[in-house]
Design a protein around this ligand. Structure first.
Ligand code: CTP
Length: 402
């Protein structure tokens, strides 16, 4: 399943570096093309010659030594890799990645590559649990970097705890799952809405909401990673468009409604993560409204309920809705699921700490019309999105080979 893949293995300086030899050897046995980049301190734990012999390719350590090939090597390696795996990833390397530092060959490659990155942390348990390391890991996950492990158990320093690097076999299995998953939704078309719509009052003011768009952007990224051709209809946000996703920018609920409905018939899956304004001002003033000291009343008229409209129109599409609630989460969410005729509803209580608008994490439940319910613990929005993609694949009847 990995045949022909170009895999760049980064090795940083921890005792677990010796396991990189086993990883590289297993990757070669799976007919991959392996290139190894080591940090200087990694070479204190394992000889570059070992990894050169096992990978059958030159090993890169120093940015400035004689070029082994005629191109800018760190950029060339970064560009041609299908995937980058850092094993072991020390606390120091993770901190550099989180900061975006590029002061040696490996950190430069990690900044230059657009390939998916996997990291297998390896460190002493106190270093692993340090708030700085935990924050760095969280930040990297939010950026879409995949975390493998760490395991827990006996550590080289003599103590027990979390922080041991995952076994090479587990790293390999994660890569296999990733490559199988990345073709899971190939040939499928997906549309995601994200962000909070803005309903203008006059040329400088609007009625809006607190949605950051993060959840919808994470869903678009996860669908794209799974191979779906993905369109993101987005209300204004500060977020970059995920790689490979086509973004259509809108401001109002009416604009979003047009963009979604006009594409609906050609879609296999639609995920409505946007926070759509239920009402808009009846009148949009052509000039800036001036104050005169008196009370004002804004008349509001209802916007279309886009999701309910899709629920009425749907034929074979898989339709996913979100429910942001502040009270009676399950009852409200269940009622929405049925009223809007969705195949799956993602319910979250936006008042909970670590969930809802603006938060990088979410705490959600998936509800299905047949009464099934899956509760998830707090996790990054990207992890929620990846779980959602797994369910979407099931709903589309896509076989998952593991
Ligand atoms: N939604 C929509 N169009 C609207 C309002 C909501 O498509 N005009 C979608 C949202 O994108 C979300 C789902 O409906 O997927 C539920 O949104 P939510 O705001 O939780 O519910 P509402 O239907 O607006 O109900 P209420 O505001 O009364 O809770």
């Amino acid at each position: 399943m990995l045949t022909g893949k170009k895999i760049l293995v980064g090795v940083s300086g921890g005792i677990a570096a010796y396991k990189a030899a086993d990883l590289v050897s297993r990757l070669r046995k799976m007919h991959t093309e392996v290139h190894v980049v080591m940090t200087k301190s990694a070479t204190e734990f394992i000889a570059p010659l070992t990894l050169r012999s096992l990978s059958a390719n030159p090993v890169y350590v120093d940015m400035f030594e004689e070029p082994k090939l005629w191109n800018v090597e760190h950029i060339a390696l970064a560009e041609k890799a299908d995937v980058v795996v850092v094993a072991p990833a020390t606390a120091n390397l993770l901190a550099k990645m989180a900061m975006g530092l590029a002061d040696d060959f490996l950190s430069t490659v990690l900044l230059a590559t657009r390939a998916p990155i996997f990291v297998a942390p390896a460190m002493n348990h106190a270093m692993y649990h340090h708030p700085a390391t935990q924050r760095n890991l969280k930040l990297l996950q939010e950026r879409g970097i995949h975390l493998i492990g760490p395991d827990s158990g006996f550590q080289a320093c003599g103590s027990e705890g979390d922080g041991r690097m995952s076994q090479p076999e587990e790293i390999l299995q994660t890569l296999v799952r990733f490559f199988v998953g990345s073709s899971q939704l190939k040939g499928k078309k997906a549309l995601v809405t994200a962000g909070g719509t803005q309903e203008p009052l006059d040329p400088v003011r609007f009625l809006g909401n607190r949605s950051s768009g993060r959840m919808g952007y994470a869903v678009a990224q996860a669908l794209q990673e799974a191979g779906a051709e993905t369109v993101l209809v987005s209300a204004p946000t500060d977020l970059p468009t995920p790689e490979g996703v086509t973004r259509v920018s809108v401001h109002t609920a009416l604009e979003m409604c047009d963009e979604v409905l006009s594409r609906f018939s050609e879609m296999d899956v639609v995920v409505k993560a946007a926070a759509v304004a239920d009402y808009r001002p009846a009148v949009q003033a052509e000039q800036k409204i001036k104050k005169d000291g008196s009370n004002r009343t804004i008349e509001l008229v209802p916007n279309p309920d886009i999701l309910a409209e899709l629920g009425r129109k749907k034929t074979s599409q898989v339709l996913i809705g979100f429910a942001a609630e502040t009270e009676n989460l399950l009852a409200n969410a269940q009622e929405k699921m049925l009223r809007k005729n969705v195949n799956l509803l993602v319910a979250n209580d936006v008042t909970q700490q670590g969930a809802g608008f603006g938060s990088p994490t979410n705490i959600v439940s998936f509800l299905f019309p047949d009464g099934r319910k899956i509760d998830f613990p707090q996790m990054s929005k990207l992890e929620v999105a990846r779980h959602l993609v797994t369910e979407i694949a099931h709903l589309l009847g896509v076989e998952t080979k593991e």
